[in-house]
Each structure stands twice: as C-alpha cells, then as structure tokens.
Design a protein around this ligand. Structure first.
Ligand SMILES: NC(=O)c1ccc[n+]([C@@H]2O[C@H](COP(=O)([O-])OP(=O)(O)OC[C@H]3O[C@@H](n4cnc5c(N)ncnc54)[C@H](OP(=O)(O)O)[C@@H]3O)[C@@H](O)[C@H]2O)c1
Length: 279
C-alpha cells in the first residue's frame, strides 16, 4: 500500500481524538465495539453496572495502547447517567460518539419452551422493554444533549433481526427493539433538523452472535447447539454465528467522516440471515 493510499484511508476512517461512550461495554458485543473504536483512535468511556468488569475493559483498552475511563452506571437511572456524562466531560470536555450497546433479553420476559404467551409476566415483559427501549432513549438524551450543544456527534443504536422478522419466543424483546429502531429514525431527523447535519443517528442490526445473554439458549453444556442454536445456524446462509469483531468495521465506518451522509440507517450485519427466504 502506498503512503498516499494509507493517508486516504486514514482520513476516511480515522477516529483519532474522538470521545466515545459505549453502554453495555462490559458485554460481548459492546466490549468488542469499544475495543475496536479504541484501536481506531477513539478515547473511551466504558459504561456498565458491573464495576469489576468495567475496570477490566478499561485495562484491556489501555493494554492495547488506548485511553479509557470507567463509567459505572445503569442505563435506566438518569442520575447515574448524568454523573457518567459529567465524568467524561471533566476528563475530555466533549462527547463525539455514543454506542447504545446495553440491552438484551431475560428468561421471564420471553415465552418459555413449551410455555404460553398468555402466561408471560407483566414484570418480565416490562423489564425487557425498559432495558432495550428506555435504556436507549435515556442515554441518548443525556449524552446526545452534549452533541446538540457541540452541533456534532454520532449515535449508534443496536437493533435486531427480530424487528423485521418474528423470532419465536422473544416477544417483548422484538417489540422493544422495534421501538429502538423507530427511535433511531426519529432522533436522526430531530437532531439534524434542530441541531444541524453534524449529528447523525444510525443503528446496526446484528444477526446471531454468541453472547452472555443468549449463549444458554443456543449452546448445550457439552458445546453442541441446542435445537434453537441449530435452527439459527441453518437459517444463516453463512452457516455460523457471527464473531463480535465482525461488527467493528461497520461501527467505525458509521462514526467516521466517510459516513457523513448516512443518517437514520439500519445496517444489517447478519451473515445473510435477514436476506434469506429460508428456501
Ligand atoms: N448477541 C446477539 O446475537 C445480538 C443480536 C442482536 C442484537 N443484540 C443486542 O446487542 C446488544 C449487546 O448484547 P450482547 O449480545 O453483547 O449481550 P451481553 O453480552 O449480555 O451484554 C449486554 C450488556 O448490557 C449491559 N446492561 C444490561 N442491563 C444494563 C443496565 N440496566 N444498565 C447498563 N448496562 C446494562 C450489561 O452490562 P452490566 O451487567 O455490566 O450492566 C451487559 O454487559 C444488546 O442490545 C442486544 O440486544 C445482540
């Protein structure tokens, strides 16, 4: 590669000096996205509730030569998000990127194997809806407000293939992610109209990736797939689960100058799952 090619690519995708907050950065996908952003030059606020894991992720980024600070907070608690936001501003004075990576399912928010939709508890469904919908709205308010003042910034939400297609059992999760995807478009328009074209809001829609949240539903104790895990692989044309690092390129692109005209988009990263008819 010539130097001019390297310079050209660096100018398109380099995130040097940008300040990014990743919620759910203690998780599988959020952790990979945070490390990827750090490798691309961003300084990271690592947000999650589990303090020990937050510290581990900060150390991993520092070990890779990056800069990161711990933000122990619950995405459903406004006061904790406000404190986290202040900590980032105290350290770096700005916020350029927000990845709303916190989310997931809960056993009591989904229809049990051989269970019935009619037996689902209100509390269980509410928790899943709160985490995936309110847990995206609230951080967008808190950190997005800084972007509005700066008139520049990039927010990435996490949608799901359970939005365009019904995925069995995960009723509250699919509904909440549909809300988060709709919110992506709503906020994209609101930000650009109120605060100018320097702020963009997009989403990625990962296919199936083995993570803390879903592993017990996909993999047996002996490492073989559960019937559900097997069905996922069979319906994924790539024939496998995704690797969390396979999200990073799209995230860097969406945050970079090369995506300056990409707004309100949902980018599927799914090994073809969403494109496949099943036949
Ligand atoms: N894995 C997949 O196949 C897949 C597919 C499509 C979409 N997604 C979405 O991708 C995102 C990341 O999921 P993942 O697969 O990486 O799951 P994961 O490994 O379970 O990570 C989820 C993270 O969310 C954080 N979290 C949960 N509740 C929180 C709260 N109230 N406040 C702050 N953080 C909270 C957890 O951190 P703490 O416990 O430390 O707070 C956890 O580390 C989720 O939105 C998920 O719905 C996943």
């Amino acid at each position: 590669m010539t130097n001019s090619t390297k310079d050209y690519l660096a100018a398109m995708f380099d995130l040097s000096g940008q300040v990014a907050v990743v919620t759910g950065a203690t998780g599988t996908l959020g952790g990979a996205m945070a490390l990827g952003l750090a490798r691309a030059g961003a300084r990271l606020g690592i947000l999650g509730r589990r303090a020990a894991l937050v510290t581990d992720r900060v150390s991993a980024i520092e070990a890779a030569g990056g800069e990161a600070i711990p933000l122990v907070a619950d995405v459903l608690k406004r006061d904790q998000l406000d404190s986290a936001c202040q900590a980032v501003l105290d350290r770096w004075g700005r916020i350029d990127i927000l990845i709303n990576g916190a989310g997931g399912n809960a056993a009591d928010g989904m229809v049990a194997v051989d269970g019935s939709f009619f037996d689902l508890s209100q509390d269980g469904m509410q928790r899943v809806i709160d985490l995936n919908l309110m847990g995206t709205l609230l951080p967008s308010q808190v950190f997005g407000n800084v972007m509005a003042r700066q008139r520049t910034g990039c927010i990435i939400n996490i949608s799901s293939l359970s939005v365009p297609r019904a995925v069995s059992r995960v009723v509250a999760y699919g509904a909440a992610k549909a809300g988060a995807e709709n919110f992506t478009r709503w906020l994209a328009i609101e930000m650009v109209r109120q605060y100018g074209p320097g702020i963009r809001v997009n989403a990625i829609a990962p296919g199936f990736f083995l993570a803390e949240m879903n592993r017990p539903f996909m993999v047996e104790d002996d490492g073989s797939f559960t019937p559900r895990g097997q069905a996922v692989v069979e319906h994924t044309p790539a024939g496998r689960f995704g690797d969390p690092d396979e999200l990073v390129g799209a995230v860097i692109w969406l945050c970079s100058p090369s995506a300056s005209f990409v707004n309100g988009a949902v980018i599927r990263i799914d090994g073809g799952f969403g494109a496949f008819s099943g036949v």
